[in-house]
Design a protein around this ligand. Sequence first.
Ligand code: G2H
Length: 247
Amino acid sequence: MRRKMAAGNWKMNGLRSSLAELDKLARAHPTAKCDLLVCPPATLLCAAATTCGNSAIRVGGQTCHDAVSGAHTGDISAQMLRDAGATAVILGHSERRQDHDERSEDVRLLAQAAQAANLQTVICVGESLFQRQATNTLDIIGAQLSLSIPDSSTGENLVVAYEPVWAIGSGMTPTPDQIGEVHDFMRARLEQRFGYGVGKSVRLLYGGSVKPANAAEIFAISNVDGALVGGASLKAEDFSPIIAALE
Ligand code: G2H
């Protein structure tokens, strides 16, 4: 039985004053029946870890570098994330793929470094609207999975998030059938590659315009083990009901 998971991706949002929302969320969830992760910008990571304290919420980064240290101005290593209090990192988000030209081969290197630093990796995959309309969705997802996920992955250190690019921050969500088709496909691919035991234990999250109003419907879909939530993770009053829908 896979433990459900709700992960918040604050993206490039949040100042120190935003920690008040995290504090509210932590107080609302001193214990939880599912895994809770919040990934604030790196500037807030240390303070966010302190704010979460002994609550059920873990904190994570939004990307990392593949080197341990060195001359990489502006970058942050997996070890640094860990040192700042992170236990997880989001990798290969479509905004990183678009804005920073990250290819799946790059994502795999980042994931190897993160897993070596004992971080759980939340690896994102997803098709564009053009790719969906060209009926290439499963080919794209299959290629992203095989190229982005390192061989060192296990049911503990790997979580996969399916985020159709056209659903991100757009208010558009795929139909339950569309989500179910991709999640079933991802499960089959992971079982094929890693064997039934590991493939069955990797959590598969859906991401893209998840909100309190659609969370329960999405969580009822087979092979959806939770959500990666962007905009609706910024306020405790929005994120809390999404978490409640998982429990
Ligand atoms: C997809 C998601 C979180 P949002 O990017 O990763 O963001 O929920 O705002 O669509």
